[in-house]
Design a protein around this ligand. Sequence first.
Ligand code: HEM
Length: 446
Amino acid sequence: MYTLRIPGTRIYVINSLDLIPVVQRQWRTLIFAPIQVKAAQAAMGVSKETIAILEHDMVTESGFVNGMVKATHPTMSNGPALDALNAKAFEVFDDTLSGLTAPTNISMFKWIDGQIMRATTDAVYGPSNPMRDARNLEAWHKYHPAIMLLMLDILPQNIFFKAAVRSRQHLIKSFAKYYRDGGYKQGSAYIQQFTEHCISQKIPQNDIPRLLVGTVFNNVANTVPSAFWVIYHIFSDPVVLQECRNEVLQAVQDDQGGTSTIDLTFVLNSCPILLSTYHEVFRFHGMANSVRVVSEDHMLDNRYLVKKGGLIMISARAQHSNPTVWGENVDVFYHKRFVKQPGSGKRPNPIAFRGFGGGTTLCPGRHFATSEILMLTTLLLLRFDIRPADGMPWVLPSTAKSSQAEAMEQPDDDINIELVLRPEAIGRDWRVAFSGQRGAESLVQN
Ligand code: HEM
């Protein structure tokens, strides 16, 4: 651990693996809620009245923030609510892919962005999903890149971030209509619980749409680049491609009427190389910074004094690049790193894997994000060949311009690719089935 002293605050950077569980256990003292309050104020622009409600109790489940965790987390983690999200996402993917009967050139990131945005928001917000509107998508693409700078809250928003604030206003107006018309009542269990929690906590009516706009960030911002890297690393390497394709082929039942049914539970539990590649993407490209605020002076692990008002920071990058945990090939993308090898000795310490954060704020959307990304990947594996357009080789994009607001690196440049329907997929219809509960083993951060 070391301390960065910057004017007005101290940042305690935790790099030691042993201290991570110690920090996470102190969630009542080293708290996440102030970061969420800052996001609501600076990035979503809620009123002082709402801030007071959010700040009233930042520790117990009677308070807004932890009460929200209690109300919404079960609606994203397992069972019928998760199956409903996945079923809707499948419909969107299938609809697009069924239209791609002739070879099609696309910009890979832009296309994945569009697919994940539509599938996720249709699944979450239901039939009145405001993000179906092209003007809202345009507004989102102007607002989203400014979120990190808005969060820093050092420059006047109306002068320096005019376009982003105007776009946010556009989105708020649309989510206000969604809320006023009761659109959320036909949405997912998650968005129903979210909205009802805001109402029961007496959040002012004008601010509920602002908080709903905030959910768009949680729902899509990280899923898009994660899906991009998973698809990139699989399709750009013939060995990875063949091994993953062989696995997902076993999840498909073809009937004689021309319908192929994919068992999503099989994909999520019984495709070890695909799952390992997925986790390696998070290790290799994951950059989540878990930030906590020190709410009172505290002696961490009876050794280090952390002072009230300071920030604790746990960097995923520091953990993911540690050779003592991951071995000498830490700098290499090794798709089988997470495959359990019988008799191969110790597995990497799971605490060093922070793709979805950790502790009490471990991402509640990780099951949905995982199944959504692996469902799109599986559909592509089964139905399409993908190669860079114009005979170019695959080139790993740089990531230097990645926004630090996100938990996943973003590519600096897009890749033009060609999607070609595989001969064995021509004329088939596709379905998805869920054969049961997720197994305990499938995610490193289960
Ligand atoms: C690959 C995609 C995703 C990644 C990499 C990701 C990553 C993360 C991380 C790192 C955190 C912890 C923040 C911290 O502790 O500082 C987090 C929290 C959160 N994520 Fe995700 N996330 C993803 C997808 C989703 C999705 C799809 C949803 C919703 C459907 C979601 C909802 C949330 C929420 C609500 C929190 C706050 C948790 C709390 O208040 O305790 N995430 N996510």
